[in-house]
Design a protein around this ligand. Structure first.
Ligand SMILES: [Zn+2]
Ligand SMILES: [Zn+2]
Length: 245
């Protein structure tokens, strides 16, 4: 991976790669790219109006440019980066570690949001007020406190451990893509639903009073802590609720 790393360094520069908030450029690039792709599909299929899609992109794009400007022109940190790329094994283990840590922490925050009536009433209700059908932008419709806490849950471990920028940026892109897919409303061909959270399990979560499926990244924590419900069962439970309530 050394060749890839040297190409990235010569293209982006060490000041940018060594910025402690560099990973946010991967987040924003994924938001803009996936947001654009899913919005085009939504407008073409009549799931979203062109005006709505344009509004979401108009809100997102300046944010992306502001983050890039911050990282490019506001130097924070040493600007030093590792000379060596991680080995493939280190890269994969680091990526897996980031995903498991992000899933675990965001899962327990989400459990707390549903376990505490006060937290749900004052914070999480905003996200659950999004009506079906969910779209790729629904995941961003959250209370500001939730936005800050979830962002911290996702990124505190790689940030504190100062993981290699190649690992951190890849994790940030995957994390962002999965949380968008979890709300996108589509069943994607080839998407590993056994591993990652998806719309078919998350959309019923939005509709149920005491929902299962708290994961928005992996399926691991739901499986480990007994809150995993397969998509078919989750969908029929939410439709039963809709017809009986
Ligand atoms: Zn929830
Ligand atoms: Zn959601």
């Amino acid at each position: 991976m050394q060749g890839i790393w040297e190409t990235i360094r010569s293209t982006l520069g060490d000041d940018t790669l060594g910025h402690p908030l560099f990973f946010i450029t991967a987040v924003m690039a994924t938001v803009v790219t996936a947001g654009l792709a899913f919005s085009i599909a939504d407008v073409a299929l009549g799931r979203m109006t062109f005006t709505s899609a344009a509004k979401y992109l108009a809100i997102t794009l300046p944010g992306y440019l502001a983050v890039f400007a911050l990282i490019r022109w506001v130097p924070i940190g040493s600007g030093e980066v590792p000379e060596r790329a991680p080995s493939v094994t280190t890269f994969l283990l680091g990526l897996a570690g980031c995903l498991v840590a992000g899933d675990f922490l965001s899962y327990w925050w989400h459990r707390l949001e549903h376990g505490s009536a006060a937290v749900f009433r004052n914070v999480h209700y905003v996200h659950h007020s999004v009506e079906s059908p969910l779209t790729v932008w629904s995941g961003f419709f959250v209370h500001p406190i939730e936005s800050g806490v979830v962002f911290s849950m996702f990124y505190v471990v790689p940030f504190v451990l100062d993981v290699h920028p190649m690992i951190f940026a890849t994790y940030a892109a995957i994390n962002t893509f999965v949380t968008m897919v979890t709300h996108c409303g589509y069943k994607l061909w080839g998407y590993p639903t056994w591993l990652f959270a998806d719309t078919a399990r998350h959309e019923p979560h939005h509709e149920m009073k005491n929902p299962p499926n708290f994961c928005v990244l992996l399926t691991l924590s739901d499986r480990l802590f007994g809150t995993y419900l397969p998509a078919d069962a989750a969908t029929s439970s939410s439709s039963n609720l809709a017809t009986t309530s």
